[in-house]
Design a protein around this ligand. Structure first.
Ligand code: APR
Ligand code: PHB
Length: 402
């Protein structure tokens, strides 16, 4: 039975919506999730898989960290390959002991779905024509269709966790929202394969043939990416063509050790920097990809979604405990500071590692100088490392510099 009223209606069952649902459940707040796709479809989407400590902690707090700790791989560094030489960034040493967790977003989503099912919580999948109403007043509603049945859910708040192409941000009146966007002149062709990863850590590659990334999901499952022109279609890329091109972008040692095999998945994703401001409109609050997109270099997308959700859950909890509405009032500002910092890092790391068709020879020379500086400056390495593992939640709030 689908109820007609809940406290928080969550639109979208990606990691943001599911994590919010889980945190609210643990705080005794009632929520229903309405998702356009099927659960299998949601699980079929392959996305980045590097978790910051803040995200690991939040998954633990949500009670869904168990499998991550068993199966995830802690990485204390990564390699950057440039001009045939690999340079290791020792995250652990550069950040005073921090690491990241390599654990696929699909697995995070699966753990959250399992927890939701076990707790008997409602997710409406395959909801058609989802619309949101009256979020500028005291009694918002979400409606949708399933077959020839129409449903309506009354609520106190709507959490817009419906991704970049969702309905929530699109429902905000044009004059109330400002959107900042940069589209990059290339895409990432990704391939998943059950082969041994070429290296025990990630390798980010800046080669004359374009960017490449050697990532992984486990000791037996690899995830690789190639920078490709936006005009490329995935059908043009046979598995063999992918492996051949990857090998050409690697150093001789990695190329020699690369284990190839049949692909489990191949897809091309465009690269975009995008932020919508503010993230709250009356009783509608946006979180995750619904409000911002980063290019995937540095894998900040899921981590940003997780911190939005942390702040949003805290805000709702404060509200329902009758403490105050300050969390809701400050939600947008609080998130946006962190978001812009991650946007800056993701843009910078993308600019550093890709070949830009329109930057000319001077652009290329400047990029080379920046890489040369990075590999020889402890200060620059510190900066990359602290951003890669994730800046602390209270970054910029202390008086430590004073
Ligand atoms: N109605 C209901 N659900 C919708 C609608 C709609 N109109 N439109 C989209 N959705 C669903 C999508 O099908 C998807 O399952 O909302 C969900 C949004 O999930 P994600 O796109 O995964 O976004 P989010 O949960 O914010 O996760 C952020 O995803 O793209 C990556 O890098 C990003 O890792 C980050 C993470
Ligand atoms: C991934 O494994 O999909 C991945 C890892 C690191 C990135 C981006 C993507 O920076």
């Amino acid at each position: 039975m689908i109820p007609t009223r809940t406290q928080v209606a969550i639109v979208g069952a990606g990691p943001a919506g599911l994590l919010l649902g889980q945190l609210l459940h643990r705080a005794g707040i009632d929520a229903v999730i309405i998702e356009r796709q099927s659960a299998d479809y949601v699980l079929g989407r392959i996305r980045a898989g590097v978790l910051e400590q803040v995200t690991m902690d939040l998954l633990d707090e949500a009670g869904v960290g168990q499998r991550m700790h068993q199966e995830g791989l802690l990485h204390a560094g990564f390699d950057m390959l440039f001009k045939g030489q690999r340079h290791r960034l020792d995250l652990h040493a550069l950040t005073g002991g921090q690491q990241v967790m390599v654990y696929g977003q699909t697995e995070v989503t699966r753990d959250l779905m399992d927890a939701r099912r076990q707790a008997g919580l409602l997710t409406v999948y395959e909801a058609q024509d989802v619309s949101i109403h009256d979020f500028d007043g005291p009694a918002p509603r979400v409606s949708w269709r399933q077959g020839d049945q129409t449903h309506e859910l009354r609520c106190d708040f709507i959490a817009g966790c419906d991704g970049f192409h969702g309905v929530c941000r699109a429902s905000v009146p044009e004059g109330a929202i400002t959107q900042y966007e940069k589209v990059y002149p290339f895409g990432w062709l990704g391939m998943l394969a059950d082969t041994r990863p070429v290296h025990h850590e990630l390798i980010y590659v800046n080669s004359p043939r374009g960017f490449a990334l050697c990532s992984q999901r486990s000791h037996t499952r690899s995830r690789y990416y190639l920078q490709v022109p936006l005009s490329d279609r995935v059908e043009q890329w046979s598995d063999q063509a992918f492996w051949d091109e990857l090998r050409l972008r690697l150093d001789p040692q990695a190329a020699g050790e690369l284990q190839t095999g049949a692909s489990l998945e191949k897809s091309i994703a465009p690269l975009r920097s995008f932020v919508a401001e503010p993230m709250r409109f009356g009783r509608l609050l946006l979180a995750g990809d619904a409000a911002h997109i980063v290019p995937p270099t540095g894998a900040k997308g899921l981590n940003l979604a997780a911190t939005d959700v942390k702040y949003l859950a805290q805000a709702f909890i404060e509200h329902y405990q009758g403490a105050s509405s300050a969390g809701i009032d400050h939600y947008s500002d609080r998130c946006l500071r962190r978001i812009w910092r991650a946007e800056r890092f993701s843009w910078w790391f993308t600019s550093l590692m890709h070949r830009f068709p329109d930057n000319g020879e001077i652009g290329q020379k400047l990029q080379e100088a920046e890489l040369d500086y990075l590999f020889h400056s402890q200060a620059a390495l510190h900066s990359v490392a602290e951003n890669y593992v994730g800046l602390p939640l209270n970054f910029g709030e202390s008086a430590a510099l004073g």
